[in-house]
Design a protein around this ligand. Structure first.
Ligand SMILES: OC[C@H]1O[C@H](O[C@H]2O[C@H](CO)[C@@H](O)[C@H](O)[C@H]2O)[C@H](O)[C@@H](O)[C@@H]1O
Length: 583
C-alpha cells in the first residue's frame, strides 16, 4: 500500500490515509466495540488483526448494525468481533535475537554470586522480549494496527507487545551492555525509517499511536550506539533523520513562555485514545459540550506523549495548583523541564555529529540552536528560590513548585552552564534534602502526591531513577557523586529483592517498600520489563564490583540496623521475663 512506501517527510494527515485507521483509530465501529466493554483491557481490541479488508469489515459492520436496529447487545457485538477479528499477536513470529550471547562481559563485572546469577537471568529475558513481524504485515499492512518495520524489536513486555519510543532508549542501552549491537542497530534503523515515513516517531509501534510522539530520545540512542561501537559513519548517516525529527518538534510543539520559545507536549488527533477509548469517554463525562470533551481528549493525549500518563504533574486546578483528577489535566499549558532539556541535548548531539562529518557551518548552526534552548531553560525553568529547575504554568504564568524527578533532567542532559557546577550542586542537594527524597526505601517517587494515578506517589519508575542517578553522576561534585552511587546501589538491591520474591521485573516499583512493585492507573502493573532490565544491566555493569548482598557477606545499612535493634530488644525482653519467672 502506498502509505508505507511513501518517503515524503512531515506528513500530518496520515491517519486518514492509512486504510486500517478507519477501524483502529476512529469511527463508529471502534466506538461500538470499545464501549461494549468486551475486554478487561481496552488495548486488546485495537491490537487484533482483521480477517477481511478494512472496507469489507466496515461493510460487515454496517450490515450488522442495520440487522440489530443499531442497538446490538454485548453478546452480539462480541460475536461480530469474533467473526471479523483474529486473535492477538498474529503479526509476530517467535524470534530469538541472532546476536544474543550467553555470557556478555557485564556479568564479569559482578562480584556477588546472587547478583551475578540475576545478571544472567536478565540477559536471558531479551529472548522473551524479542518480536519479529511476519512477511504478511509488509504485504498487507491494512489488516493490522501494527506499524511495519523491517527489523525485529525488543518490546517492553506484558500488554506492551510493540516498540515504545522512549522505552527504547533504556532498552537499547541494555542491549549494548549485553553485546547485542546488531539488534540495537536494527531498532535504530527502524526508527530512522519511521521518521522518513511519518516525519516523527509515534508513541508506540501501532497506527493508533501515530498522532503523538514520546520524549524525543532517538539522537541520544544513536549517540549511545556510536559510543559503544565507535561507528561514527552511522552517526553521520543519521543526520538527515535527526534534523527532521528536531525540526518536527520545533515546528509543532513550540509555545511562548516569558518571551522565550520553548516546547510543550501536545497531540493532534480528535477523539479519545483508541487504546483507552472507554476510559477517556468516562472521564469526559465531566464536561458538557463536545468542544470541552475534545479539549479533554487532547490533554489526555498530550500527557500520553509525555510518557507520564497520568500524573498530578499535569493537573492545574482553579487555584492554579496540582491537586485534582484527570478532569484537571492541562498538559498542553505546562512547559516541561525534561522536554526542553532533551531538545537541548538533541541540538548538541546533531552539532557533534556534524563536526564528525566535517560540516562545520552546520555544526555551528546547531550549536547556536543549543545555546538558544539553554538560554530559554535558564530563563523559564531555573528557579532561584527553589534552587532547581521547575515546570512552567502558562495559564497562571508561574513556576510549578512540585517535585518530579524531571526537575533534575538538565543534570542528565548537561543543560546548564558548566561554570555554575558548584553552585548548582549545592542548590540541588539542598533541594533533595529539603524534600527528604533520600528517605524512601524503594527509590525516589515520581511525585509527592498520592492520587492513584500511576505516575504519582508512591510509584517509582526505572527511567526516572536512571535520570536522577546519571544526572547526579554527571554533575561530578564529590557530594553529588556519593548520592548517585548510594541511589544506584539501592535501586539494584531493591529491584533484586523484588525479583528474588517474584522472579519478575516490573515496569514500576514502590517508593515505600524496599522490593515492592508499583500499581494504580488504568491497567495492571506489567512484568517483563524492557526499561527496568536495561537500567539494571547498566547498573550491574557499573556497580557490580562494589555491591555484596547481606547474606553473602555484605551489609544492608538500614535493614541490618533494624534487625539488630529488634534482636537486642527481643533478648532484653526475654531476659526480663526469665528474670521475673526466676524471682
Ligand atoms: O494504554 C495506556 C497507555 O500505555 C502506555 O503508557 C505506559 O506504558 C508505556 C510503555 O512502557 C510507557 O512508555 C509509558 O510511559 C507508560 O505510561 C502508552 O505509552 C500510552 O500512550 C497509553 O495511553
Amino acid at each position: 500500500r502506498s502509505f508505507y512506501s511513501d518517503n515524503s517527510i512531515q506528513k500530518r494527515d496520515y491517519q486518514n490515509e492509512i486504510e486500517a485507521c478507519q477501524i483502529y483509530c476512529y469511527g463508529e465501529l471502534l466506538h461500538t466495540v470499545q464501549m461494549a466493554h468486551l475486554f478487561a483491557d481496552s488495548k486488546t481490541f485495537v491490537d487484533r488483526k482483521l480477517k477481511n479488508t478494512p472496507a469489507e469489515t466496515i461493510a460487515n459492520f454496517q450490515t450488522f448494525m442495520a440487522a440489530k436496529n443499531n442497538s446490538p447487545t454485548q453478546d452480539e457485538i462480541r460475536e461480530f468481533v469474533e467473526n471479523n477479528f483474529d486473535d492477538l499477536g498474529k503479526e509476530f513470529v517467535p524470534w530469538e535475537p541472532t546476536d544474543w550471547v550467553e555470557h556478555p562481559a557485564f556479568i564479569d563485572n559482578i562480584n556477588d554470586p546472587d547478583l551475578k546469577q540475576w545478571g544472567v537471568d536478565l540477559n536471558a529475558i531479551w529472548k522473551d522480549l524479542g518480536r519479529k513481524m511476519i512477511d504478511d504485515v509488509h504485504a498487507n499492512p491494512h489488516f493490522y494496527s501494527i506499524i511495519p518495520v523491517d527489523n525485529p524489536v525488543i518490546v517492553p513486555g506484558g500488554r506492551f507487545i510493540e516498540f515504545y519510543y522512549w522505552d527504547s532508549y533504556w532498552i537499547i542501552r541494555g542491549l549494548l551492555y549485553s553485546q547485542m549491537t546488531h539488534t540495537a542497530r536494527g531498532m535504530l534503523e527502524n526508527f530512522m525509517s519511521i521518521v522518513r515515513r511519518f516525519g516523527f516517531i509515534p508513541n508506540g509501534g501501532r497506527i493508533y499511536y501515530a498522532q503523538r510522539s514520546q520524549p524525543p530520545l532517538l539522537a541520544a540512542m544513536i549517540k549511545s550506539y556510536v559510543e559503544f561501537t565507535k561507528d561514527t559513519q552511522f552517526a553521520v548517516q543519521s543526520l538527515e533523520v535527526l534534523e527532521h525529527e528536531f525540526e518536527y518538534w520545533m515546528n509543532n510543539h513550540t509555545v511562548q513562555a516569558k518571551g522565550y520559545n520553548v516546547c510543550a507536549y501536545g497531540g493532534i488527533s480528535p477523539g479519545p485514545r483508541p487504546e483507552s477509548y472507554r476510559e477517556d469517554i468516562e472521564t469526559s463525562k465531566a464536561f458538557v459540550t463536545d468542544a470541552e470533551k475534545e479539549e479533554h481528549y487532547a490533554e489526555l493525549k498530550a500527557a500520553a506523549e509525555s510518557g507520564m500518563d497520568f500524573s498530578s504533574r499535569w493537573f492545574i486546578n482553579d487555584k492554579g495548583e496540582q491537586t485534582g483528577d484527570l478532569t484537571h489535566l492541562k498538559t498542553r499549558s505546562i512547559v516541561p523541564v525534561e522536554l526542553n532539556a532533551i531538545l537541548h541535548w538533541n541540538a548538541k548531539i546533531i552539532a557533534e555529529f556534524y563536526r564528525l562529518a566535517g560540516n562545520n557551518s552546520k555544526a555551528e548552526e546547531y550549536e547556536n540552536k543549543a545555546a538558544k534552548i539553554l538560554e530559554a531553560i535558564e530563563a523559564v525553568h531555573w528557579n532561584e528560590e527553589a534552587g532547581v529547575w521547575l515546570d512552567y504554568d502558562l495559564i497562571n504564568n508561574k513556576s510549578r513548585n512540585y517535585f518530579v524527578p524531571t526537575n533534575l533532567a538538565p543534570l542528565w542532559t548537561m543543560s546548564y552552564n558548566l561554570n555554575d557546577t558548584e553552585k548548582i550542586s549545592k542548590s540541588v542537594l539542598k533541594y533533595i534534602e529539603k524534600l527528604e527524597l533520600d528517605k524512601y526505601p524503594g527509590g525516589v517517587p515520581n511525585t509527592l502526591y498520592r492520587t492513584g494515578e500511576q505516575w504519582d506517589f508512591p510509584n517509582v519508575w526505572p527511567p526516572m531513577q536512571y535520570l536522577l542517578i546519571k544526572g547526579l553522576e554527571n554533575l561530578g561534585t564529590q557530594e553529588s557523586k556519593e548520592l548517585s552511587v548510594k541511589w544506584g546501589h539501592r535501586w539494584v538491591k531493591s529491584n533484586f529483592q523484588a525479583y528474588s520474591e517474584t522472579r519478575a521485573m516490573f515496569e514500576k516499583y514502590d517508593a515505600e517498600r524496599f522490593g515492592g512493585h508499583g500499581g494504580g492507573g488504568e491497567y495492571d502493573v506489567q512484568k517483563g520489563f524492557g526499561w527496568s532490565n536495561g537500567v539494571i544491566i547498566e547498573f550491574l555493569d557499573k556497580y557490580g564490583r562494589n555491591i555484596t548482598l547481606p547474606g553473602n557477606g555484605g551489609n544492608d545499612g538500614g535493614k541490618l540496623k533494624m534487625w539488630s535493634v529488634i534482636g537486642i530488644t527481643a533478648i532484653a525482653v526475654i531476659a526480663v521475663v526469665v528474670g521475673r519467672l526466676l524471682i
